[in-house]
Every structure is written in C-alpha cells, then in structure tokens.
Write a protein that binds this ligand. Sequence first.
Ligand SMILES: N[C@@H](CCC(=O)N[C@@H](CS)C(=O)NCC(=O)O)C(=O)O
Length: 227
Amino acid sequence: MYDLYVANKNYSSWSLRPWVLLRELRIPFVEHQLFFGDASGWEAYRKISPSGKVPCLVDGGTVVWDSLSIAEYLAERHDAVWPTEAAARAWARSAAAEMHSGFNELRNRCSMSCGVKVRLIEHPAALDRDIARIGALWNDGLRRFGGPFLAGGAFTAVDAFYAPVAFRVQTYGLALDATADAYVKRLLGLESMKAWYAAGIEETVRDPPHETEMLQMGTVLQDLRAL
Ligand SMILES: N[C@@H](CCC(=O)N[C@@H](CS)C(=O)NCC(=O)O)C(=O)O
C-alpha cells in the first residue's frame, strides 16, 4: 500500500496531481495530510521527504518526492498511468512536462484556491499567452486522440497534471474556447475532483501567505469555504 503525503486541498495544486491520478486509476493508497502553517507537522515531514515539499509518495522503503517522478514511478507498476499507444504516450509526457516546468504567469497570478471565486485586478499579456497555449494544447490532444480525455478515451497522468488548472479556471473565471471549457467541466465532474473540492471547502485552516498572494492579484467575489 502506498502512502501519499499532501497538503491543504484548497491550496495545494501539486498535491492534487498524484492524488487524482491514484483515485482515477483506482490504485489504493493511504493519504496523509499536512497543513500549511503547522510548523511542527512540516518539521516532522522533512524526516520523510528530503525536499520537504508535497506531494511525496512512500512505497515501503522507497521515497518519491516530486509529482512527475511519482507519475513515472507509478507507471513502472501500473499499466494505465500513460496511454498505451506510443505516439499518445509521447504527447502526454510532453504535455505533462510542459505543465510541470512552465505556465509561470498562470501559476503565480492565479494560485489555486478551490473554494473561492476571484476577479483578477490585472490580466497581463503573459497570462493570456499561458491560457491560449493551454487551450491550444487541450484542443490538439482532444482532436488528435479523440477524447474525452487529453490523450484518448481514458484518464491518464496528463489529465492529472492539468486537473489543478480546472480549479483555477473555476476560481478566476478564465475564458477558454468551447472545447477547452467542456474539458474543464469534464474534469470538475469527475468523482475524484468533486471529492477533493468538497474536502477543500470543508477545511477551516487558512494559510496567510496563500491568502495574501490571492488578495494581491484579485478581488474575492465569493468565499465558499467553511469558517
Ligand atoms: N516540483 C514539486 C513542487 C512541489 C511544491 O512546490 N510543493 C509545495 C506545495 S503545493 C510545497 O510543498 N511547499 C511547502 C514548502 O515549500 O515548504 C512537485 O511537483 O512535486
């Protein structure tokens, strides 16, 4: 049985990736949750994960401490993590890597906060470029491999890597074309995503740095989180 360490479901986009992947592939795991701001919890966690960051997967004596590495580790043990067809697999890996190492403007300006609706104060060209690229990439995958998921008929790791973007689109009301928008709705409608969201809005712990960052970037229109 795998142990997966994640942080606050409201905020932690990196944690969501392996969590939603494991859930969608029906791979059993034990979840351990840390909360931002709980200094002693994170201190203890550094003895488990060398980077001290979430997510981290522990499989017996093996520690895997990065979301992309976790996907690859799981792929060595479970068939359905990446598409079976080589061209689809290459596309999916490239798209997941693009998310892993890019889209900085989207990531910095629109930090994940599932339970909140925000109107951005500024909408710079760099953000439009990130959103346009994501829309084009999704359209390409959906058309090339026939959907309803990015690399074909099944949810794979590439969908897990873009799952946090679906929450960002919902929070910040980001405009996408109809095909990309339908894909966001498809992701948000997955049982795993609904469970993550429900747990996220039930969280009462607030992380001041995340809240401050969000308020610097936008105006909160609606806060659906439990008090
Ligand atoms: N490249 C890492 C990034 C992980 C990451 O930045 N995690 C953040 C939270 S979402 C974290 O753990 N921050 C805690 C800290 O920096 O102390 C991955 O993909 O797993």
